[in-house]
Design a protein around this ligand. Structure first.
Ligand code: FDA
Length: 497
């Protein structure tokens, strides 16, 4: 409520925020979480909380009047459609050189993502987070994060027999024939539920194209894991449709936090001011970076250091499809939950997720989201003229990512006698190089913050989300974001509280 005083305020309810809330509550601290998106706990008139990829409706996008599908063409035709403006679950946030996809709602990215829960290879860790001791991460915090998230791998025998992973088996065959390691990767989807979907005994979810705009059944989003545990402590309150706009030192000590309450049209209906002893920035890489850069530039937090806004990367994301021969169908039924990848990281700088195209019809296409070692890093800066935070990323900075992805797919195409699809991202366009699903950095650990996420110029202010990670994790990022948050909050509780 307006004028309230809280011990801890957490901005955002994604991975970092959920870890912070749970561990602080378990330590006996009352926590208030503020989330700009919706609660996503109430079904619409169709009985479902979320819509699916084949019929995007008002629930799909954050304050857009037209969908902006990551794969925006099919057979050369644009597929985007008009929708009512609404505080939907997926934000396609446009910067001048890149569109950054993010989840909006209680659970953050866990609402919209594919659930791939991948721990990086230990050999790669020193380049991911150079200031963090690998032993403590691999002995303690990665296992803790994977347990808390409920990560598990598909049963290989079921994988081999089910129609819904035909596309991934084709991916495996082509990878292995070209000499690339094919790996199963864990996911937070309930695999027993998926087997029941395939058997026809439960309502279909992954097998009904539910991804991107939310998942109604089998995915263990944060609402079912960390946030459920946090609420069960009785110490965690969550305010959805509330957006933090300012944090500044309070005269009486602690911090004054200004919060806009939103309606589902995105309009501000009330502005509230609360005081918090401690504030955790967990608004995601983009959300936290935008807040900190603006608050530094506009004088609310002028002593934040000059590293704030720097070191942002796209996790090297780039997408492509391949056109298979008619004897290699990928299946009309495709599980929307990926379970495997092609690892060419050490030789070629690319790890390719074998991704679904859950269109419901046979496409003879193999589709991949590659995570690459693209070295380019961008910077957020305050634009006083427009009153917005800009990101310096340029479209051409994806070229190293394309080159690294080609180390896998040029070889597979040569071996199989196949070609790239040119009809998925435009008319005669091979590479999906306009977007990322994996924003990382902008308030880098041990640079913008100390080695545990403290914004040291302001005691009691912390960063605890993907903004801490300097641009790349070599695999999908949320397990690393969760594990780093587990490491940092343990230290903060032990030393600062
Ligand atoms: P996260 O973005 O999760 O949460 C931040 C929250 O803060 C959001 O809910 C946001 O609305 C809120 N917020 C922002 N500003 C605010 C403000 N001013 N006031 C109040 N609230 C505010 N990763 C992976 O490991 N495996 C995968 O399979 C995938 N797949 C995938 C698919 C798609 C389509 C997307 C978009 C993303 C993925 N990801 C993924 C990425 C993964 O979801 C992402 O890395 C994490 O959600 C980031 O976690 P954070 O805690 O940093 O922020």
């Amino acid at each position: 409520a307006n004028g309230a005083h809280v011990p801890v305020l957490v901005i955002g309810t994604g991975y970092g925020g959920s870890v912070a809330a749970l561990r602080l509550a378990q330590a006996g601290v009352d926590v208030h979480m503020v989330e700009m998106g919706m609660a996503w706990d109430t079904p619409g008139s169709d009985g479902k909380i979320f819509c699916n990829t084949r019929e995007p409706d008002y629930r799909s996008y954050w304050l857009r009047t037209r969908t902006k599908a990551p794969l925006n063409y099919f057979l050369g035709f644009p597929i985007d459609r008009d929708i009512p403006r609404y505080t939907g679950v997926l934000d396609a946030e446009d910067f001048s050189g890149i569109t950054v996809y993010q989840g909006r709602g209680v659970g953050g990215g866990s609402l919209v993502n594919g659930g791939m829960a991948v721990t990086p290879k230990r050999a790669n860790f020193p380049s991911i987070l150079p200031s963090v001791n690998p032993a403590e991460m691999y002995d303690t915090y990665y296992p803790r994060a994977n347990a808390g998230l409920g990560a598990a791998t598909v049963d290989p025998a079921w994988f081999d027999s089910t129609d819904c992973y035909q596309y991934a088996r084709v991916g495996r065959k082509h990878a292995q024939r070209s000499g690339f390691p094919f790996v199963f990767v864990p996911d937070v989807y309930d695999w027993t539920y998926m087997q029941q979907e395939a058997a026809g005994t439960v309502t279909k979810s992954a097998l009904a194209g539910e991804i991107l705009y939310g998942n109604n059944h089998g995915k263990k989003s944060l609402q079912k894991t960390y946030l459920a545990q946090a609420r069960a402590t009785g110490r965690v309150a969550v305010s959805p449709l509330h957006k933090v706009t300012s944090v500044t030192p309070a005269a009486s000590g602690g911090y004054t936090v200004v919060i806009d309450q939103l309606n589902t049209n995105g309009d501000t209906t009330a502005t509230k001011t609360v005081t918090a002893d401690r504030v955790f920035f967990a608004a995601g890489s983009v959300g936290t970076s935008k807040l900190l850069v603006r608050l530094k530039a506009t004088g609310a937090l002028p002593n934040l250091n000059d590293e704030v806004g720097k070191g942002w990367g796209d996790n090297g994301n780039v997408m492509c499809g391949r056109a298979n021969h008619l004897w290699d169908p990928t299946g009309a039924l495709q599980s929307a939950i990926p379970c495997s990848g092609i690892d060419n990281w050490s030789a070629g700088g690319a790890f390719a997720e074998v991704a679904p195209l859950p269109t419901g019809i046979e496409t003879y296409a193999s589709f991949y989201l590659s995570i690459t070692n693209n070295p380019n890093r961008a910077r957020f800066s305050w634009n006083a003229a427009t009153g917005t935070v800009d990101l310096s990323w340029q479209t051409s900075w994806k070229q190293p990512a394309i080159d690294m992805a080609k180390t896998i797919f040029d070889k597979i195409n040569a071996k199989e006698g196949t070609i790239y699809r040119t009809d998925l991202f435009g008319v005669y366009k091979i590479w999906g190089d306009h977007l990322t699903y994996h924003p990382l950095g902008g308030a880098v650990l041990n640079k913008a913050t100390d080695n545990y996420g403290r914004l040291t110029a302001y005691p009691g202010l912390y960063v605890i989300d993907g903004a801490l990670i300097p641009g790349n994790t070599s695999v999908n990022p949320f397990v690393t974001i969760t594990a780093l948050a587990e490491r940092n909050i343990e230290r903060i509780i032990a030393v600062d509280l």
